[in-house]
Write a protein that binds this ligand. Structure first.
Ligand SMILES: Cc1cc2nc3c(=O)[nH]c(=O)nc-3n(C[C@H](O)[C@H](O)[C@H](O)COP(=O)(O)O)c2cc1C
Length: 359
């Protein structure tokens, strides 16, 4: 077996020191939804990754469903992100912003004044969500976007992507996974629309394709990735029968748009349903760009999947969270720090910037 994981990677203007990606992880340290010095330190510590994908960042006030998640829709947020991208670039790393509109996953108490919880259809997600001011709250019935509002939401992504590029990002990743707004359009349970954004698979993919096309037109095809989670059930999306057809067509359409990469989520190691080899192979076949694989990886499995041609880059989540120097540790076979779930989403530096590097 080769050891390609630690070798440089280059494609379409993206030059990476290694094939390890830091997976996007929401950490809720952006007080007031504005990135800050603490976040710059956190990401700077992890700049050894070939590529960092940031935590989910909202392109709209309506998409700030969780407390203290960052946005990318005003100048203060762009100025905050500039600190982060500068810290990463100063150490030779590359960084994409994950664009995450939470859609129906959220609560009014987490949103700024004037914003509202929106979704393709007025179907509430089961379960509750944490708010800083009112504790746990049931997910509300979201406002179903009108056709015109869907189109203006597409434009919010365009504006946010421009802010991201002005803040120095190397590109953006559209979060079309894990039950947030774009997957809410893809999935027939959360999308009950009767206009051109609902019904057939093609219609349910339309929002994704329009966002990807519009953002690519604004900032360049080589600057856009998409994260997908076939078979995902997170955030109250039940299994359905057309998953293979849906994601095969999604890959085909994203190939037509010409984006840089598809990032496939596989949370089966965390107890989620298996993601079939066939759907991953179909995406690889239809899409000629870069494929990033993620979910429960170690070095051996990462190298094996790269060697087998299943993907080009491998994302690591929780191990990066607790090991700022993960690349060095894995390459040298050093022991890893354990992660502390109790501080995944809590404010402040604890469990965030205080994980030690290996001696
Ligand atoms: C604390 C935490 C926050 C996460 N936040 C996001 C997120 O904002 N966007 C996203 O696409 N995935 C998110 N994920 C999922 C990870 O990107 C990744 O897919 C998952 O942790 C599995 O990879 P791992 O086994 O290497 O940790 C999060 C995971 C964790 C542990």
């Amino acid at each position: 077996m080769s050891n390609k994981l630690f070798s440089p990677f280059s494609a379409r203007g993206l030059d990476l020191a290694n094939r390890m990606v830091m997976a996007p992880m929401t950490r809720n340290r952006a007080d007031g939804n504005v990135p800050n010095d603490l976040m710059a330190e956190y990401y700077g510590q992890r700049a050894g990754a070939g590529l960092i994908v940031t935590e989910g960042t909202s392109p709209s006030p309506n998409g700030l469903g969780y407390p203290r998640i960052p946005g990318s829709f005003n100048q203060a947020q762009a100025d905050g992100w500039k600190k982060v991208t500068s810290a990463v670039h100063a150490k030779g790393g590359k960084i994409f912003q994950q664009m995450m509109h939470t859609g129906r996953i959220g609560h009014q108490a987490n949103l700024p004044a004037g914003a509202k919880i929106v979704a393709p259809s007025a179907v509430a997600a089961a379960g509750q969500i944490y708010t800083d001011s009112q504790g746990m709250q049931a997910h509300p019935v979201p406002h179903a976007l009108s056709t015109e509002e869907v189109k203006s939401t597409v434009q919010e992504y365009v504006t946010a992507a421009k802010f991201a590029m002005a803040a120095g990002f190397d590109g953006v990743e559209l979060h079309a996974a894990n039950g947030y707004l774009i997957e809410q359009f893809i999935h027939p349970h959360s999308n009950r629309r009767t206009d051109e954004y609902g019904g057939s698979i093609e219609n349910r993919l339309r929002f994704l394709v329009e966002v990807a096309s519009a953002v690519a037109a604004a900032i360049g095809k080589d600057k856009v990735g998409v994260r997908l989670s076939p078979y995902g059930v997170f955030n109250d999306l039940p299994p359905y029968s057309e998953v293979e057809e849906t994601y095969t067509l999604a890959a085909k359409k994203l190939q037509e748009v010409g984006i840089l990469y598809i990032h496939i989520v596989d949370h089966s190691s965390m107890g989620a349903p298996a993601v079939s080899d066939s759907v991953k192979a179909s995406i690889r076949k239809e899409f000629q760009g870069i494929v990033i694989l993620s979910g429960g990886y170690d070095v051996a499995r990462a190298n094996a999947d790269i060697d087998a041609g299943k993907g080009d880059l491998i994302a690591f989540g929780k191990q990066f969270l607790s090991n700022p120097d993960l690349v060095v540790r894995l390459e040298k076979g050093k022991a890893l720090n354990a992660f502390d779930m109790g501080t995944f989403y809590t404010p402040g530096p604890k469990g965030y910037i205080d994980y030690p590097v290996a001696g």
